[in-house]
Each structure stands twice: as C-alpha cells, then as structure tokens.
Design a protein around this ligand. Structure first.
Ligand code: GTP
Ligand code: MG
Length: 371
C-alpha cells in the first residue's frame, strides 16, 4: 500500500510492530500493521521513542551501526549485569583468576554439568549476575574497541604482589582510562611470602591510581587467585561499582549486540558467541552479524545448556549463520529473514569491495616503489 505503515515504522525504530500498535492504542489511535499512517500519527510515534520527527525517514538497513545510535527511553530500561574484562601483565594470574571465578559460578544443580568455553561466562553473586569476558589481555579489549564494540563496563587489572607494576600493567591502565571504564585493582598472589601489596599501591600512584584508604578513588582488593582468597570480596566490589554505574538496558525489543568469538566448526558450521547489548535474543530470530546473516538455529549458554532466549549482557553461542563473523562485529536482529539476508549480502559485498580496493592500492604502491 501507499505511504508509511506500522511495519515501516517498526523497522525504523527497530521495534516489534505489535509494540507500536499497543503504544498507539494507549494514545487512543487504532491502527493495523499495513494501514498507511498520517503524518501526525508518525510524529506521535517518533516522539514516543524520543526522536525528533523528520519529513522523510530513510534507513540504510545494512548500516548496522545505525541501530546502535537509537536513544532508548529511560522508562524502558531495566538493571542489567555488568560486563567485566580482566587485564594485566604476563603471568600475573589473569587465567587463574578467570578459572577460579568460573568455578564459583557452578551451582549445586550444575555441579555435574560441563562448562564450555564460549568466550564469556556469568557468575551469580547473592542473586546478582556478573558477566566476565573470558579472553584475558588488553589485546582482546582493544580489538573489540577498535571494531566499535565498547562492551566492557568494568576493568579488573591484576597485579602480582611479588612482581609489582610492569609494562603491560601500565598499558592495561591506559586502555581502561581511554575507554573511560572504572578500574578495580586485584593485587594477586598475596599468599606468596615475597608478596608486597603496599609496593604495588605505591607504584600505581605514579599512574594516578590511588587506593581509597590513601584518599584516592580506586578500589583495591588483595587476593590469591590460586588459593581462592578474597575472591568473594572482589565480586562484591564489582557489584558495588556496577551499582554506582546504574547499568541498564531494555530487554523488550529485538536484540542488538556484539560478537565475542566466532569460528567455523566442522559439524555445526559457523558458531558465534554473542553478547546481547539491548533486547532479548531468541531462537528463530533472523539476524545480521557483521558481514554474515542467518536465523538463530540454536543457542547454548556458558553452562552448556540449550536456551531459547537471552537478555541484556548475556553471552550465548549461536549456530545458524551462513559464515563465521569476526570478534568485535556488531549484530542486529531483523524482523524477517529476507531483509536480514539482503542486508547481510550487501555488507559482505561491500567488505569484499573494500578488500579488493586495498589490495589494488598496495599493488600500485609496490609498483611505484619498485620503479
Ligand atoms: P599470561 O596468560 O601468560 O599473560 O598469564 P596469566 O596472567 O594468565 O597468569 P596465569 O594465571 O597463567 O598464572 C601464572 C602463574 O602464576 C601460574 O603458575 C599460576 O599458577 C600462578 N599464580 C596465579 N595466581 C596465583 C596466586 O594467587 N598465588 C600464587 N602463588 N601463584 C599464582
Ligand atoms: Mg593467561
């Protein structure tokens, strides 16, 4: 039919058509999905979603970044788990800490269950959930950021108490500061006789990291990842920092988020671990992930359980994509498979084109160089 209908509006605002119909009903406007809407009604909906009405709405659906720019109304947002990245110098205990925290997350009824590595996992603490990115090191952190995926809410920087501040400690601090995420210092290996936590504190003051008990703003927790000492205190501190941040997301919309990890599996085809940013991801959802697309065929959580839905800050491994995307890619759920395919193919084509152009350029440069 002629004009803009609810379906079109739903696409523009990345909402369910039924949600818009309900909203209109509450405003006293009756409309069905395919009926053309008057300009007044369109403006009304736009205002409801906090958008200045504009004359002509044109969306390049293959531009995934656009979906991440939408302002989400405050009243639609609910508290979500924090996403935590662990960074620090080589051998200071990042992997030990991640493993130890993961074990605390296995509850009694899951005790027999195999936790699988999907690139991220969740820990329950006093009825709250914390999401950990399971790829330690600032390289993963910066790769994600460089690709536009600012997924980390809190950085834990591990410093071995027997070794002190080292070059990669400083790098980690700089990355966390550049990303403007709060830092918690985990002074590790305090079980060692040579441990000197005060020296770590002293050394960190040089980089503007000052503990609260020295009048600064940074939270320090002295732990032993290996001996499982004070890890519950570390988790408490994470929850405290998260509470101050008031991390929120809208679970009631089509999902958007980022890729944590992806690979091509011989038996399953492409699998990708996604971290939901907004909305709820569901089995069966048509989806565009980076330059790939498909329909979510299966979803598996970090406890190796098949699940049907995944809300904000939940990591899930999905199957059903036509190819493996890349870590840091964005994903967007579409309303139908046809438009997901169109957008996905468009993106793949553009990526190929860009690749070809860069290859051409290099060849040309090489040519000039050799003259
Ligand atoms: P890279 O991945 O190489 O950067 O190291 P990492 O930071 O992941 O360190 P990892 O967890 O592999 O720990 C390095 C060594 O320190 C291992 O031998 C650990 O067993 C040991 N270690 C880690 N935490 C502790 C601790 O709290 N106390 C003691 N005594 N040893 C620890
Ligand atoms: Mg490691």
């Amino acid at each position: 039919s002629e004009g803009i209908n609810i379906q079109d509006i739903a696409k523009v605002f990345h909402r369910d058509a039924t949600e818009i119909i309900k909203k209109l009903m509450m405003l006293g406007v009756m409309a069905n999905q395919n009926q053309a809407l008057s300009k007044d009604v369109i403006e009304l909906i736009a205002m409801e979603y906090g958008v200045e009405p504009i004359e002509k709405v044109e969306v390049d659906k293959s531009d995934l970044e656009l979906y991440f720019e939408e302002e989400i109304p405050e009243e639609a947002k609910k508290i979500r788990p924090p996403v935590v990245t662990i960074m620090g110098h080589v051998d200071h205990g990042k992997t030990t800490l991640l493993d130890q925290l993961r074990h605390t997350s296995v509850t009694a009824d899951e005790a027999g269950g195999i936790t699988q590595h999907i690139g991220a996992y969740q820990v329950e603490v006093d009825g709250n959930t914390v999401t950990f990115l399971d790829t330690p090191g600032h390289e993963a952190f910066t790769t994600m950021r460089a690709r536009g995926a600012d997924v980390t809410d809190i950085a834990i920087i591990v410093v071995a108490a027997d070794d002190g501040v080292m070059p990669q400690t400083v790098e980690a601090i700089n990355h966390a500061k550049a990303a403007d995420v709060p830092i918690i210092i985990a002074v590790n290996k305090i079980d060692k006789p040579t441990a000197n936590p005060d020296r770590v504190k002293q050394e960190l003051t040089e980089y503007g990291i000052i503990p609260e008990d020295w009048g600064g703003e940074n939270i320090f927790v002295e732990i032993s990842a290996k001996m499982n000492l004070n890890l519950d205190e570390l988790l408490e501190m994470i929850l405290l920092v998260a509470e101050v941040q008031e991390l929120k997301a809208d679970p009631n919309r089509m999902a958007i988020g980022s890729v944590i990890e992806a690979r091509l599996d011989k038996s399953q085809g492409a699998t990708a671990t996604l971290l939901v940013k907004e909305g709820t991801l569901k089995v069966g959802d048509p989806i565009v992930v980076g330059n790939t697309y498909g329909r979510v065929r299966t979803m598996t959580n970090d406890k190796n359980r098949r699940i049907k839905t995944a809300g904000p800050a939940t990591p899930v491994e999905i199957t059903g994509l036509n190819d493996a995307p890349q870590a840091g890619d964005l994903f967007v759920v579409f309303e139908d498979e046809k438009s997901a395919r169109a957008a996905g193919e468009e993106r793949a084509m553009r990526a190929q084109e860009a690749q070809r152009n860069s290859t051409k350029k290099v060849t040309l440069d090489n040519l000039f160089e050799s003259l």
